[in-house]
Ligand binder design. Structure first.
Ligand SMILES: Nc1ncnc2c1ncn2[C@@H]1O[C@H](COP(=O)(O)OP(=O)(O)OP(=O)(O)O)[C@@H](O)[C@H]1O
Ligand SMILES: [Mg+2]
Length: 258
């Protein structure tokens, strides 16, 4: 693991088991071994939190110092020690922010941009949502009317706003949200073409329905056993039999769909 190069590598191990130690060692070897060792500022080291980035920088610094004790004549190592403060050891957020700051002109955005805080963003989102719904009501397409009918709760738009935000947030966790949404749209479009039963999620749903029916039928079966016990509530038997038959019919129907 410490030696492998030029490929993706996932290091997964228990807390405190030495993951960071492995990563630090990999970096130290990259900047100290071979004929042409790298410079530390040629590497990009990204972490989730500021604390993790600080820990990483400190541990790389300590490791370089250890190496220097062994090889005080190594000029490349001295250079690394000097480069560490400006090495790209940063959180994902600050790396992205830097990238945008340095290239705002090619991105066509205001150079005075800043990162919004959660409260501001929430206000902005609500503004956009309000404006968008208003435009949709105005346009009044039948699809939209059906959507409101289906997801709206009474007079409030809360229900449909929740559904839209939920979908939007979920889409944002995909690397290409718009493409993902377009794919979902295609899947739904198939419904109109009668191919919906072929879609992966419909097959999943049907399998899930079948499994749930089986579980419920099993429970009814147990209730039947109780009914038939001596002095049991036998009056429930016909109703339970009928319930069981219905559950099994739904299960067969779902199974027949995939
Ligand atoms: N091979 C090793 N031999 C001896 N001690 C080690 C070894 N690897 C790591 N350690 C020590 O174990 C402790 C935890 O290591 P490290 O911080 O690398 O773990 P981690 O998996 O990154 O932990 P966390 O899940 O908290 O991030 C440190 O004090 C480290 O010095
Ligand atoms: Mg760690």
């Amino acid at each position: 693991m410490i030696e492998s190069r030029n490929r993706n590598l996932l290091v997964s191990a228990a807390a405190g088991s030495g993951k960071t130690a492995v990563l630090v060692e990999r970096i130290i070897r990259m900047i100290s071994q071979g004929d042409n060792p790298l410079d530390i500022d040629q590497l990009l080291v990204m972490t989730f939190t500021n604390a993790a980035a600080a820990e990483m920088r400190e541990r790389i610094g300590e490791a370089v110092e250890e190496k220097l004790k062994e090889h005080p004549e190594d000029e490349h190592l001295w250079l690394q020690a000097a480069l560490i403060p400006q090495a790209q050891i940063t959180t994902i957020d600050s790396f992205c922010l830097n990238l945008i700051r340095n290239h705002y002109n090619s991105l066509d955005i205001d150079p005075a941009f800043r990162v919004g805080d959660e409260g501001e963003l929430s206000l902005l989102r609500n503004d956009v949502m309000g404006g968008m719904l208003e435009a949709c009501y105005e346009e009044n397409r039948p699809e939209f009317a059906r959507f409101v009918e289906q997801f709206g709760r009474g007079k409030s738009d809360k229900g449909i706003e929740d559904v839209i935000f939920q979908l939007w947030e979920f889409s944002q966790s995909h690397p290409w949200p718009m493409e993902w949404l377009a794919k979902c749209r295609m899947e739904l479009y198939k419904e109109e073409l009668g191919e919906i039963e072929e879609s992966a999620w419909m097959k999943f749903l049907m399998r899930d329905v079948a499994a749930q029916m089986e579980e419920l039928a099993g429970q009814v079966e147990e209730a039947l056993l109780v009914c038939r016990e001596e002095k049991g509530p036998l009056a429930y038997e016909p109703m339970l039999m009928s319930d069981k038959a219905k559950l099994e019919a739904v299960k067969r129907g779902a199974l027949g769909k995939f």
